[in-house]
Design a binder for this molecule. Structure first.
Ligand code: PHE
Length: 357
């Protein structure tokens, strides 16, 4: 055989081998049951010790021309193998996904994952719950009312004169005609007295609004009103309830004091201080601190005996009935209890702040 004849034969042989290679990979890829088998098959074909490499090793026997055409064929085959491999792989992923989707999607009995951590009771919610609990224990029931209130219930029936500064646009948020965002929870006194016959003992926690905005004042804040109406209710009853509240809220022996003060709907009226809980010594004495401004006392609420005029406005006989009312700022109680320096912190809803409670 001439050398060109040998080269011819070698070329034929290689071409046959390449054709065989082609049918091998098509079948092998189609039959591969798993991704791993598919990858193994590909390695057997194209890898360093793969069958294509083995074929290429015989290229030396080819003429330069033949080497070129065979080389092109080999490159085309490689591309074909890669493409077939990718196609089969995609098919497998799709099959797997379909099987997953058809199977039960997830195990509902597994415990869930909690990416944001546990929730926390907001300090105001906590304080409100505690105060409600104390007053419930003393026989008071909750009476609810709206945030948008008619001026009659928020001001007029409570004895505010029409030119009282609180009724001013500068101090209150007026909405539609003759309605305000209630400036206190005392509107509930009117609502209760005009719908329920005495005796009654109610508390009313709620959101209130004033045009105020600084470190200790927010335009929206929280109050809790308490009032009791019956025959022969006296200032002594109010004093008793206040002492009881202070002890249950701030601990046994917590002293209170009443300072005369003015609210249009009570007579007499008073502001109530509790003994400062921050500088209290083991012997019960209070040495004064920055929270109580070195007085040993902290103001927590306003109160008084319900004014006869309010009874008249609400259709209750002031000759027969007397009553007391008090209103406390829950934000203030929360700030004191948790030593919160700025009221805004209560309303930012920053989880880093809330997580501390
Ligand atoms: N409503 C008053 C205030 O917001 C508080 C108060 C309530 C005073 C009941 C006396 C009686 O300041």
């Amino acid at each position: 055989m001439t050398s060109s004849g040998t080269a011819e034969a070698a070329k034929e042989e290689i071409e046959l081998a390449l054709s065989a290679f082609h049918s091998t990979f098509v079948e092998a890829f189609a039959a591969a049951p798993t991704e791993q088998v598919l990858r193994d098959e590909k390695a057997k074909l194209l890898g360093k010790n793969g069958s294509l490499t083995a074929i290429l090793k015989r290229m030396g026997a080819l003429s330069a021309d033949a080497r070129k055409s065979v080389g092109e064929r080999v490159n085309a085959l490689k591309t074909e193998v890669e493409a077939a491999f990718d196609a089969r792989l995609r098919e497998m992923v799709a099959e797997k996904r379909k099987a997953e989707l058809e199977a039960r999607p997830f195990d509902l009995t597994l415990p869930g994952r909690n990416p944001i951590g546990d929730g926390h009771i907001h300090p105001i919610s906590q304080v409100r719950a505690d105060v409600i609990e104390i007053f419930r224990g003393l026989g008071f029931a909750v009476f609810d009312g709206p945030d948008v209130e008619h001026e009659a219930n928020n001001f007029t029936k409570l004895g505010f004169p029409p030119d009282h500064p609180a009724t001013d646009m500068q101090d209150s948020f007026w909405t539609k005609s003759r309605h305000v965002l209630r400036t206190h929870t005392s509107n509930i006194q009117v609502r209760a007295m005009t719908t329920v016959k005495p005796p009654m003992a109610f508390i009313a926690p709620g959101t209130v609004y004033r045009r105020d905005d600084d470190a200790t004042h927010s335009p929206m804040f929280h109050q809790l009103e308490a009032f009791l109406i019956d025959e022969n209710v006296s200032l002594a009853h109010l004093r008793g309830i206040l002492s009881e509240f202070a002890e249950r809220m701030y601990g046994p022996g917590t002293p209170i004091r009443l300072r005369p003060s003015y609210f249009p709907f009570v007579e007499p009226g008073a502001e109530v201080d509790v003994g400062c809980v921050f500088c209290k010594q083991p012997d019960g004495k209070r040495k004064g601190c920055s929270v109580c401004k070195h007085t040993g006392w902290i103001e927590i609420l306003g109160c008084g005996m319900i004014h006869p005029v309010v009874f008249e406005h609400c259709g209750i006989d002031p000759e027969k009935y007397t009553g007391f009312a008090l209103g406390m700022g829950l934000d203030r109680v929360a700030m004191l209890r948790y030593d919160i320096p700025n009221i805004k912190l209560l309303f930012d809803n920053d989880p880093r702040f809330l997580a501390q409670f």
